[in-house]
Design a protein. Sequence first.
Length: 418
Amino acid sequence: MSRIGNHRLLAVLGAAVLAAGAITAAVAPADAATARSNVKDVCGAAKPGFDRCFAQIRTDVHEPAHIGRVAGAAGKAAAAAAPAGFGPADLHAAYDLPSAGGANQTVAIVDAGDDPAAEADLAVYRSTYGLPACTTANGCFSKVNQRGAATPLPTDAGWGVEISLDLDMVSAACPQCKILLVEADTAQGSDLGASVDTAVKLGATEVTNSYGGTESSATPGDAVHYTHPGVAIVASSGDGGYGIPNEPAVYSSVVAVGGTSLAKAANARGWTESAWNSDGGAAGSGCSAWVDKPAWQTDANCPGRMIADVSADADPQTGPAVYVTDTLGQPLQPGWNIIGGTSASSPFIAGVIALAGNPGKYADASSFYAPAARAGLNDVVGGNNVTGLDCGGDYQCNAVVGYDGPTGMGSPNGLSAF
């Protein structure tokens, strides 16, 4: 893949150069706001060559494990005992998803480092909400290192919260799917890419990647790890709002998943959605300077690959309940927490793809842009993802009718688009 010419760099980076003073001024206040807010990033800034996870923790909501909690009728958690945050039934209702499907699919989750409590925590989440058990013993769950072996596993890299979020969101979307957790040695881009390759070799039908780093001159060379025709490769768009796109989401072979704020409402759908932008984070979007525009993407003002493609709930303020006990390096106690970021929307969309059972459609994200897909997507209109750099009212950072950067073509409305 060749580098895009100077016209692209001027189009994408020129505005940033002209607004450099404004961006610099915005960085410190944004960081200060994050420190004051009730949201914290699970992963800090990444070193060059490394990626960071995109999970965000609500620091003001926590419940310890509820000993003796039992599932209610029809596989739903008893209302009086349900943790704070959305559960699987909420998300299925919001996105009009069926309860059955995906039994022949294996969703792989790629993360850095080991979560020694991953299977045990997953068991608590699934039993709480009446989902079928997914264990090593029954063949539903497996955990391997980046070479595909059960041992030795890497050391804990502080991504335990991210891993629990990924496992729980895949489970919420597709309770009958098998789950493969591939743990990279480190958060270095080469290790994570190798882990994606391993997941595909082991038979994954969908691979979700809730991490990334800003694109650079090295981006084209890394694309091979995220190009696997016949397997749906899904990635978070990021939590930094409008700006330079993140890889791997920026690759044309990847379904880039943006983020929304989701809330119950007294309307025909029963829910409302807008582009996620809350204190501490916003759905990532941007126009690539290094990846060519795919033929199936025709938005007017970006000459390169534009992200995102589709979206789902990512706002920590409207986020899902997640059970996690591996809290190494995090300001939270083990138990039930509300966790968001596009680290929530990516595994959820991977699970929806698996629920539909058509991974072969996703050599790229083109199917979401087809006219036939529109009825199967909620067109998210309203809100923006401006956190510093503004796109001047354009679709690149504002949720408008039709395609836009923060939410793509929209969120799931049943499975017809999947």
